[in-house]
Design a binder for this molecule. Sequence first.
Ligand code: SAM
Length: 318
Amino acid sequence: TDTDTADEAVRTTCDDATTCKRFATSKGYWKDPYIQYFARSVGERKAPEINRGYYARVQGVNHLLDAFIRKAECDCQVINLGAGLDTTFWRLKDKNLMPRKYFEVDFPTVVARKIHNIKTKPPLSKPVIETHSTDSLLLDAHSLDSDRYCILGADLRDISNLDEKLKKFQLNPELPTLLVSECVLVYMTPAHSSNLVRWAAETFHTAMFINYEQVNMSDRFGQVMIENLQRRQCTLAGVEVCQSLDSQKERFLKACWEHADALDMMTVYSMLPQDDVARIEQLEFLDERELLQQLLQHYSICWATKDKLNLGLAQLAF
Ligand code: SAM
């Protein structure tokens, strides 16, 4: 059916993200010793502005993610929604910044591929086993469940199924919880993403949601981005919410989040530690700074908080 084709196109987007991240790390933009096990090859060369865009995305999301875990002193859980082949679990383990439990959700076929990689590559499986205390490690074709890491297959548009599965794997609604979605909500209709965001607000009393995706899509450059994806059968069903930073924040505020902030990625780029930005700008020559600016102005990070435990989550920023 049409829905199956559209979903299949969406599932393949995780390979794009992984290939681009692998290429950028191979150039030295940032370090990720684990991404090589998920991307089949370094792949073809990517333009310098693409690499800088991925640098801003990864550093920007990591900045807020690490800040949340530090605020909660690791006594928290993280749920990565539409995690694809993301390697954050291993990064946090190496950094001694592990939450009590790290959850990932994606379509069952994506999860099956990820689990297969983990099973067959010791540098990936070792940290999962090391952080597990009993002999009850669940590692079958469709889910992984250890003390500290859980990967499960579910459709994020089906909230009751998602809720049920997460609870089956010991999700604790009482713990401060961070939800992350990186280029995921944009593939769902505004109604579906609002339901997801509302479910999160209703489930956790102390939480932060970090969402990275397109913004300012109504101009010419945005139209070209949409057309490029459509050429690959990939529909940005949620593009309405990507009209402005305000509409990004509204999605959260309307769904019972207490506080929301949003920045475009050009602004984030200018607020990242500038010594490291200077270092990466030496890596590859960039002809046209305007192209980078245009690209980064079309992506954003939006983050929302609610804070019954008064951890000071509303202060988290760049
Ligand atoms: N967040 C990862 C990253 O940044 O590397 C992957 C991003 S990829 C562009 C989008 C991911 O969202 C894909 O892995 C896709 O399968 C997942 N996804 C999109 N819609 C979904 C849904 N309704 N249910 C579960 N996963 C979904």
